[in-house]
Design a protein around this ligand. Structure first.
Ligand code: FAD
Length: 637
């Protein structure tokens, strides 16, 4: 992989022999800002459609660093003679928060944030559409303020400082009454269930929906399922039998933590293959894996069906994943979805760091405010966000134990640049760090390699109107056997000047999700395979699958994929959710403070490590908390 090569041969340090003394003497006034596409008039990535997320151009450099080929072809690094108090690698919520926490302690700090994408925010991206002259928004990744555990004082404090009060916002902004009368629905596809049929009234996770207009029995009777499969599903959804008789609650929980949900449904609930197919993707959205790779206990903790008869008490045990343990014990934490998801948090952070970049003053007005990308990377500015810049090497100056600074090399527009900083926070994807810092101790590199991120695709589709959904009586359709495992109308949220669509005659955004899995493999291998699948899939295939799926599910109400689809944005995230330890595949006798994320995130000289990965929790509060810890480690030196 090239990590064994001597980094000095890579030449990124050879330009200037920088000592600690030189660092403090060099003036930041000679910092050079290299212009890039983000400085061009009209540059506005949220309006780009097609293949987004890890878009073409964002990842190739990083992959050549991983493969050890980057320095074979790279130009000789140019020294920008720029000196920063802090360089942050990664402009996601964690990197932006790191800059924010650092500036809070050092108000005059000069900070550079580098990110490989053409837009800031990391996963917290914004998809913007102009439909019939109207602004329509959807999240391109990070969807909502929601965590299985309460936000820490640090994360809650930052959100509050940004003007976000999720409880107050949810009361005022949510307008789900627009979809009143529309029911969840399930589409049974002919490849999996023998016949294409949409059945309205239920979907797999709504076992507790008191307002369901139709019983499970009646719903199943309408589905293209034989009597035995209907009985299997009914047993899971409504069954009250104790299928683990003779075991105490503790023994049941322990057993459930050691078997996948698939095994529980098959061997305890006695489900046949068609019923298992009905449930196979029920875990996709939350964990990025199917029921073969999620422990039954985690599925219980998350509220999935089939456990009522076991009479388990609502407390977590140690052998539970982060998400399940949290949701098991914290049922009513506040959640809020901004129209562009947590891109609003990223945008508020950017506005706080660089006020000229986004006009306005509140968490409400930011939703419709247009970002000025040219202001992000201004010469002489204290804080800059440089996009389309992939960091290819980070090194302490001198012995890490006594380091007084860091050199950072990044590739941008075919050139390689070198900057110097007193401190560096690596807030990018943690498994990339061994390639950037080959000098790290081997045990730390091994730990970082274990943090394999979870791939997934969030797609937004603009359609001419949503009459078809209205006619069918549904706002969301679960599609267990199809390429996209679910689809729904945009959530109706009004914030500030932004107003959600009201009339079914108006254009609407649809959300569709795909999680690439390799059923039966260990979790990390499934993610590695899935990552490759996402990178190998051309936009045309995603598009064909969208058209096919919409045509087949909505055809009964006159939807015409040829005419009715206006635009598509496929946000593919080969490196998506942070890895959370899974009792089926990870050694839970290792205490949480000795696990790979903690071993991996140790400070190395003047380099500290953030990102939600280092919290082993795929949530925004983790991204913020880890930034705070990383900055604290540097400031404590
Ligand atoms: C599709 C999706 C939906 C999600 N939904 C939710 C949700 O609803 N709620 C929630 O709380 N969380 C959600 N998450 C989790 C989300 O990851 C976190 O909430 C948070 O946004 C992560 O922020 P981060 O800064 O830690 O990482 P990221 O957002 O991944 O940011 C890291 C950035 O560093 C960049 N980077 C990496 N290496 C380099 C390099 N060498 N040089 C330069 N830049 C580099 C990356 O490209 C990226 O832009 C979701 C994640 C995904 C993928």
């Amino acid at each position: 992989m090239g990590t064994d090569r001597d980094i000095d041969r890579r030449d990124f340090l050879n330009g200037v022999a920088v000592s600690a003394a030189t660092l403090s003497m060099m003036s930041s006034a000679n910092a050079q800002v290299t212009p890039g596409t983000q400085d061009m008039p009209g540059y506005y990535p949220p309006l780009s459609h097609g293949l987004r997320g890890s878009h073409p151009g964002a990842f190739e450099t990083a992959h050549s660093v991983r493969d050890g080929t980057f320095w074979d072809h790279a130009k000789k690094p140019e020294d920008t003679h720029a000196i920063y108090d802090l360089v942050v690698v990664g402009g996601g919520i964690s990197g932006l928060s790191a800059a924010w926490f650092f500036r809070q302690k050092k108000p005059n700090a000069k900070i550079l944030i580098l990110d490989n994408h053409d837009d800031f925010g990391g996963h917290a991206k914004r998809n913007e559409y102009n439909l019939n002259g109207r602004l329509e928004l959807m999240n391109g990744g990070t969807m909502l303020i929601d965590s299985p555990h309460p936000y820490s004082d640090v994360a809650a404090g930052l959100i509050k400082h940004l003007g976000i009060d999720p409880v107050a916002l949810a009361k005022k902004a949510n307008h789900y009454e627009i979809y009143e009368g529309l029911q969840p629905a399930t589409f049974f596809d002919k490849e999996t269930f023998g016949e294409d049929r949409l059945v309205v009234g239920r979907e797999r996770t709504d076992e507790d929906a008191d307002d369901a207009k139709i019983s499970w029995k009646d719903f199943l009777a309408k589905a293209p399922l034989d009597a035995a499969t209907q009985a299997d599903i009914l047993r899971v959804q409504e069954g009250t039998a104790d299928v683990m008789p003779g075991l105490t609650v503790e023994q049941k929980k322990d057993k459930l933590s050691r078997i996948p949900y698939l095994e529980y449904l098959r061997d305890y609930m006695k489900c046949g293959p068609k019923a298992l197919a009905f449930y196979q993707t029920i875990t996709h959205d939350e964990w990025g894996t199917g029921i073969d790779a999620e422990p039954a206990l985690d599925c219980w903790g998350f509220g999935l069906p089939g456990f009522k008869g076991l009479k388990l008490d609502q407390t977590a045990i140690e052998r539970m994943g982060y998400t399940a343990a949290g949701y098991c014990e914290n049922r009513d934490l506040p959640t809020f979805h901004f129209p562009d998801g947590n891109a609003t948090i990223a945008r508020l952070l950017v506005r706080d760091l660089i006020p000229d970049a986004i006009p306005g003053h509140s968490a409400a007005d930011v939703v419709t405010a247009k970002a000025n990308y040219a202001a992000l990377n201004k010469a002489g500015a204290k804080i800059a966000i440089r996009l389309s810049s992939t960091v290819v090497g980070v090194k302490n100056i001198g012995d890490p134990a006594h380091s007084k600074g860091v050199e950072v090399a990044y590739a941008r527009g075919g050139n390689v640049y070198r900057v110097h900083a007193a401190n560096c926070v690596l807030a990018g994807w943690n498994m990339m760090i061994p390639y950037l810092c080959p000098e790290l101790p081997d045990a730390q590199k091994d730990a970082l390699h274990q943090l394999v991120k979870i791939p997934l695709v969030y797609t937004s589709v603009a359609i001419k109107n949503w009459n078809a959904f209205h006619k069918l009586g549904t706002a969301g359709i679960s599609t267990p056997g199809m390429y996209w495992s679910g689809m729904r109308l945009n959530w109706p949220v009004d914030v500030g000047a932004y107003k959600a669509v009201r009339s079914p005659d108006e254009p609407m955004l649809l959300f569709m999700i795909r999680t690439p899995v390799s059923t039966g493999l260990p979790e990390r291998d499934q993610h590695r395979m899935g990552r490759q699948e996402l990178l190998d899939t051309p936009f045309e295939l995603y598009e064909a699958k969208i058209r096919d799926q919409l045509q087949r599910t909505l055809v009964g109400a006159g939807f015409d994929a040829k005419e009715d689809i206006l635009a598509i944005t496929v946000n593919r995230w080969p490196h998506g959710y942070a890895y959370e330890f899974n009792p089926l595949f990870d050694d839970f006798s290792i205490p949480p403070d000795k696990r790979a994320n903690v071993v991996g995130r140790q400070r190395f000289g003047r380099i500290a490590i953030a990102n939600s990965d280092s919290g082993a929790a795929a949530y925004t509060d983790s991204a913020i908390d880890q930034a705070h810890r990383a900055v604290g480690e540097l400031l404590a030196i």
